[in-house]
Design a protein around this ligand. Structure first.
Ligand SMILES: *[C@@H]1O[C@H](CO)[C@@H](O)[C@H](O)[C@H]1NC(C)=O
Ligand SMILES: *[C@@H]1O[C@H](CO)[C@@H](O)[C@H](O)[C@H]1NC(C)=O
Ligand SMILES: *[C@@H]1O[C@H](CO)[C@@H](O)[C@H](O)[C@H]1NC(C)=O
Ligand SMILES: *[C@@H]1O[C@H](CO)[C@@H](O)[C@H](O)[C@H]1NC(C)=O
Ligand SMILES: *[C@@H]1O[C@H](CO)[C@@H](O)[C@H](O)[C@H]1NC(C)=O
Length: 332
């Protein structure tokens, strides 16, 4: 063998050995990281669950695109709620990951959130069997809005809907159709829940809208300057009604029209959902109605969130979480 060939072979072997060592170290590191991440993954999954139907960020952006152009919606956030929620991990994500944009996909998520996403898809708690077709090209905002208007029926449970037509439910549901409960509205401020509103000074602007919609326990007291004080609608989830000890007594809920929602199995009919609601809110709902008979308090038809979900899924290249969109999304 000529000398220079031997030499170059040795160099090759040396480089190879270094690469191997490097690779081994990398694998070891990866193993530790993954083990660490898998420990975290579950706790995050449950935390998200207990907050109630959080939305992946990409959907939030989609909702903004769908909702905010043709209709003048101001999306704002509740200062107190978020500050109560543990913030573990978010700081790191914000520092290390690029801002989500319309071309982002789940691969851009930190490993931990990718795992959370997989868990959710795998759980399929509501037995989703999506049979629609994926929209391959992005629809324009107005086309999406048309779909929303035509296909998402925002209706409330009525006294004629079985089993709400039985004597057990007599006089509990509001007698008036929800559209008769408020006048004509042309502008609406949607004030959702996050700490960023705390220094926004948007209170006056919010209150200047015809209607102001708030979510769950989002407070106004002490934050009027930033979130306003008017409440026309408050969308509450069944978890809050069922588990929040303050729900019946808290003056926070006594203003405006209340609308509650509870996730049903995918496209199930009302009777099926009624037998197995996500949260057994019926007793507390009835009690609230007895205590506040003059405040309109509606139950959203559980089919509506899934009609919305279908449109979201059709317009998403990836599988979205198989649970009903969160409160913020329902409203948008
Ligand atoms: C594992 O996670 C803990 C906190 O959960 C962190 O302090 C530690 O640096 C992580 N270790 C590795 C190797 O990522
Ligand atoms: C929405 O806002 C635009 C620009 O600010 C305005 O021209 C339009 O009239 C508004 N539409 C409604 C329904 O208020
Ligand atoms: C949402 O999408 C728009 C464009 O569609 C983009 O400019 C914006 O940065 C996105 N927002 C977030 C929070 O990702
Ligand atoms: C989903 O389907 C499984 C199997 O058919 C059933 O046991 C489960 O109760 C269903 N879940 C819901 C929320 O209906
Ligand atoms: C309630 O609705 C069901 C289904 O529409 C109907 O069969 C039943 O007779 C109704 N019950 C009463 C008390 O009206």
């Amino acid at each position: 063998m000529p000398r220079d060939t031997v030499c170059s072979s040795m160099v090759h072997i040396n480089i190879l050995r270094r690469i191997m060592y490097g690779l081994l170290a990398f694998l070891l590191f990866l193993t530790i990281c993954l083990w660490n991440e898998s420990k975290k993954g579950y706790s995050v999954s449950f935390r998200l669950d207990s907050k109630g139907f959080q939305l992946p960020r990409n959907l939030e952006n989609l909702s903004r695109r769908m909702g905010s152009k043709p209709v003048n919606i101001t999306t704002m956030t509740d200062p107190q709620r978020e500050s109560r929620v543990p913030q573990t991990g978010t700081k790191v994500e914000k520092l290390n990951y690029k801002v989500w944009d319309k071309d982002s996909n789940s691969k851009n998520l930190p490993a931990r959130l990718q795992k959370v996403r997989k868990n959710y898809l795998h759980m399929n708690k509501y037995n989703v069997t999506f049979e629609g077709t994926r929209q391959l090209e992005k629809l324009s905002a107005s086309a999406l809005l048309c779909q929303l208007a035509n296909r998402v029926k925002v209706t409330m449970i009525q006294g004629t809907d079985f089993p709400f037509n039985t004597s057990e439910w007599e006089n509990y549901l509001p007698p008036k159709n929800i559209r008769e409960s408020f006048g004509r509205l042309s502008t609406c401020a949607v004030v959702s829940s996050a700490g960023s509103l705390k220094a926004s000074y948007l209170g006056e602007e919010i209150d200047n809208h015809d209607a102001v919609l708030r979510f769950n326990g989002a407070p106004t007291k002490k934050y009027e300057q930033h979130v306003g004080e008017k409440t026309t609608f408050r969308l509450v989830n069944s978890q809050l009604i069922t588990t929040d000890k303050n729900f019946l007594g808290d003056s926070l809920y006594k203003n405006g029209i209340l609308i509650m929602w509870d996730p049903s199995p995918y496209h199930s009919e009302i009777p099926e959902w009624y037998k197995k609601p996500d949260y057994n809110f019926f007793q507390n709902y009835k009690q609230y109605r007895k205590l506040n008979p003059n405040q309109p308090f509606y139950i959203l038809n559980p089919k509506m969130p899934w009609e919305l979900w279908d449109i979201l899924q059709e317009n998403s290249p990836e599988d979205i979480q198989p649970n009903p969109p969160s409160s913020g999304m329902i409203d948008a």
